[in-house]
Structure formats: C-alpha cells, structure tokens
Write a protein that binds this ligand. Sequence first.
Ligand code: 5GP
Length: 190
Amino acid sequence: MKELEEKILSEGVAIGTEVVKVDMFLNHMLDVGFLQRVGEEFRKRFAGEKVDKILTVEASGIAVACMASPCFDYAPVVFAKKAKPNTMTEGFHSAEAISFTKGTVSCFVVSEKLLKPGERILILDDFLAHGQASLALTELIAKAGATVVGIGAVIEKQFQGGAQRLKERGYRVESLAVIKKIEDGNITFA
Ligand code: 5GP
C-alpha cells in the first residue's frame, strides 16, 4: 500500500535496526481517515472470503480491527486480553506469546463464549514481527474449533521471519507494507 509506505517514511521513526515507531498514525495517535483506507485494503486482499469475526489483541490491534470491520459487513471484533481479568470467571481459551517490544511472556486469553466452533475468523494486527502474537491468536482459534481465514498485518518486518513462520504453517498472510531492512535510521521496503 503506497500511501502506507509513504506515511512510514515521513511519520515513522526507526529505532535501532529492529523497531519502527509509528505513534503519529497507528500506535498513539490514530489517523482515522487513513485507517479507513487500511480497512478497505484488507477487504480487497481478503476479497470473497466469508469472515464471521475479526480477532486481534489488545491494545494496538483494536483500532485496526475496528476500522476494518465495516468493510467486512461489520463483523464483530474480538480482542484477546494479555492477562486474564478477575471478571473472566467462566471458561476461556489461553495461549502464550512472547512480546517482542516488551521482552515479556504474555498469556493471551479469550472467553469461550466469543469464538464458536465453525466460525471463520480473520486475524488483524498492527505489526507482524516474529509472529508470536499471531501464532498465539491462531492457537486460540484452534482451541475454539473455529477456522483461520488468514492473517492481516498493517506493517510486516520481513527480516524477523514471522510471516514466513505463519506461511509454513499453511496460513495466508497479507501485509500492507513489508519492511525488508532498517539500517542507520533508514527503512527499506521489500
Ligand atoms: P510479533 O509477535 O509478531 O513478534 O510482534 C507483533 C506485536 O508486537 C504487535 O502486536 C505489535 O504490537 C508489537 N510490535 C512488534 N514490532 C513492533 C514495532 O517495530 N513497532 C511497534 N510499535 N510495535 C511492534
């Protein structure tokens, strides 16, 4: 997505060789008009696919998923929580994911009531790096007996191998911008 690449270059900040900060439009302030076009692009990429629900993870995936939902007939957005809240007293599915940005292990949880057997679930997130978050989401979907339609990422960092890992497991991955390299503050797209 050309507009996304231009935005990453003009508003994003490369931190070292591994991390991109996009607080100006995706992670701290939200460019709503732009995110609407991101949602439309995901619809194009997954054209013809029946999507019952969109699954993401709190917090930064929620905006992306909500902006895409109208393009998927207002498919409900479910977001995995990164820790089980005390209010989740009934059945839930859980899966572990190592957080790349924080260097911690999170336990993603989702109520059993929210993902049903046979449902077709599209995973959307802001970044796809090592693939840990998306893998944990696929695990939650499998535990619910639902089906993964595919995985959509706004920004993929190709050099961290997550997309490759997911594709090897047979999942369809669609990334709207694919970063090949971050070097000396410069971002190169694939
Ligand atoms: P993964 O699990 O694929 O390694 O990392 C994906 C998750 O880590 C995303 O949900 C995202 O929130 C966070 N993340 C990974 N890399 C970056 C990055 O370069 N910048 C930002 N802002 N978040 C990232």
